[in-house]
Write a protein that binds this ligand. Structure first.
Ligand code: GDP
Length: 365
C-alpha cells in the first residue's frame, strides 16, 4: 500500500503547485506597490457605509471617517441602514450639527441583505469616487488620500487596500493576509486583482454597475464586473486598514467559510470570463480557480490517500501520521508552528474553500 502513500504525497505536492507557480512568477515580475501612475489627487468622494445593528460601534466609525486626512467638504457619507437597534438615530444625531461632510441616511425598513443595501447606497452616491467600508474596520488616516492618488491614472476604475493589522488577535488570519497581499500585488501588476476587501473598496462612480442581489462576495463581484467592462481594478498596499477578525475558532471559521463561499460562487458564476479580458482571464482568474477550486480537492484526496496508505502499510504505527497531521491542525499558533505558520494559514484557507465547494451545489441559484 506504499502506492497509496506515494499518491497522497503526489497530490499534496500538487496542492502546493499554484503557490509555487505564483512564487516563481513573483520572482520574475518583482512587483512592488500599486501599478497605477499615482499622483496626488482630490476628487469628490462618497463613502458608503452599510449598517446592521452597529449601535455599539457606529459612532466610533463615523468619528474615524470624519478624521481622515482628506478635505471633508469633498466628502459625502451615505449610510444604508437596516438595523433594529438605535444605529440610525445615532447616525442622525452624529451629523445633526455638522456642515461637512454631507450625509445621507437611507433607512431600509426591512433587512434585505448586504448586496441590495449596497446597490441602493451606490445609486444614491453622487460624487466622483465611491468608497465602500465596513463598520468594524478602521482605516489608516491617509487611506483615502493614498487610494485617490490611484484614480489620477485614468485607466484605474477600482482600488482596494491592505489589511495592515487584524484586530482581535488572530495570528492565522494575519499570516494569511500577508500571503494574500503579495498575491494581489502581483495580480495587479499583471492586469487586475480578483479579490476586493469589504473594509476598503473604492470605485469610479461612472464604472459602478448593480451586483447580484444574492451575492456573498459583493465587493469582489463589483470589481470583477468592472474589469469585464474594460476597467482596471488594482490592489494598493499603501492603502491600509485594520479589520476585526474573530480569534475564537468557531466564529472565525464561520466568517472565513462565508467569505470562501462567496468567492467560490462568484468564480463559478462568472466562469465565462476565463480566457478573456487579457491577462485577467488568462492568468489571474485561472490562478484563483486553481487555488480556490482545484487545490482544496487535491488536498482532501491527498490527505485521505496518505492516511489510508500509512495505516494499511504500517498498521497501528501508521496512525502516528494522522495524529501528527491532527496536531498540526490543532496547533495553529505561531508559538508552536514557528516558521511553518504561513503553511498553516494556507492550509486553513483551503479547509474553508473545501467546505464552500461542498456546500456550493446546495446554495447555487
Ligand atoms: P464581514 O465583515 O464579512 O463579517 O461582514 P459583516 O457582517 O461585518 O458586514 C459588513 C458590513 O455590512 C457591516 O458594516 C454590517 O453592519 C453591514 N451589514 C451586514 N448585513 C447587512 C444588511 O443586511 N443590511 C445592511 N444595510 N448592512 C448590513
Amino acid at each position: 500500500m506504499l502506492a497509496l502513500v506515494a499518491l497522497g504525497v503526489a497530490l499534496l505536492a500538487a496542492t502546493a503547485l499554484p503557490y509555487v507557480g505564483f512564487l516563481a512568477l513573483y520572482a520574475w515580475v518583482r512587483p512592488s506597490g500599486s501599478p497605477a501612475a499615482k499622483r496626488p489627487s482630490e476628487p469628490t468622494v462618497s463613502v458608503v457605509l452599510p449598517t446592521y445593528n452597529e449601535a455599539r460601534i457606529v459612532e466610533n466609525k463615523l468619528r474615524d471617517l470624519v478624521a481622515l486626512d482628506y478635505p471633508m467638504e469633498k466628502v459625502e457619507i451615505v449610510v444604508v441602514d437596516s438595523s433594529t437597534d438605535e444605529t440610525p438615530d445615532l447616525v442622525e444625531s452624529f451629523f445633526a450639527d455638522r456642515d461637512a461632510p454631507a450625509s445621507t441616511l437611507i433607512r431600509e425598513g426591512d433587512r434585505r441583505g448586504l448586496a441590495r443595501a449596497l446597490n441602493d447606497g451606490y445609486a444614491a452616491a453622487e460624487n466622483e469616487i465611491i468608497v465602500k467600508t465596513d463598520c468594524d474596520a478602521r482605516l489608516a488616516p491617509d487611506a483615502l488620500r493614498e487610494a485617490m492618488a490611484n484614480f489620477a491614472d485614468p485607466a484605474v476604475d477600482g482600488v482596494t487596500g491592505r489589511n495592515a493589522e487584524v484586530l482581535g488577535g488572530s495570528e492565522v488570519e494575519t499570516d494569511y493576509r500577508g500571503i494574500q497581499s503579495h498575491i494581489q500585488t502581483l495580480e495587479s501588476h499583471l492586469d487586475s486583482t480578483f479579490i476586493f476587501h469589504g473594509p476598503f473598496s473604492a470605485f469610479r462612480r461612472e464604472a459602478v454597475v448593480p451586483i447580484d442581489p444574492g451575492s456573498l462576495a459583493d465587493d469582489s463581484e463589483l470589481a470583477l464586473r468592472i474589469r469585464r467592462n474594460g476597467g482596471r481594478v488594482v490592489f494598493d498596499p499603501a492603502v491600509a486598514y485594520m479589520e476585526a477578525a474573530h480569534s475564537a475558532f468557531a466564529k472565525r471559521r464561520k466568517q472565513k467559510d462565508r467569505r470562501a463561499m462567496g468567492l467560490v460562487r462568484l468564480l463559478v458564476q462568472q466562469r465565462d470570463a476565463l480566457g478573456r479580458h487579457g491577462r485577467y482571464g488568462r492568468v489571474v482568474l485561472p490562478f484563483n480557480w486553481l487555488f480556490m477550486l482545484v487545490s482544496p480537492w487535491l488536498l482532501a484526496t491527498g490527505l485521505a490517500a496518505l492516511v489510508l496508505g500509512a495505516v494499511t502499510t504500517a498498521g497501528v504505527a501508521g496512525l502516528a501520521l494522522p495524529a501528527a497531521l491532527l496536531a498540526f491542525v490543532a496547533a495553529g499558533s505561531r508559538d508552536v508552528l514557528g516558521p511553518f505558520q504561513p503553511f498553516y494559514a494556507l492550509f486553513d484557507a483551503q479547509v474553508s474553500l473545501l467546505s464552500a465547494a461542498v456546500r456550493l451545489p446546495l446554495t447555487s441559484t
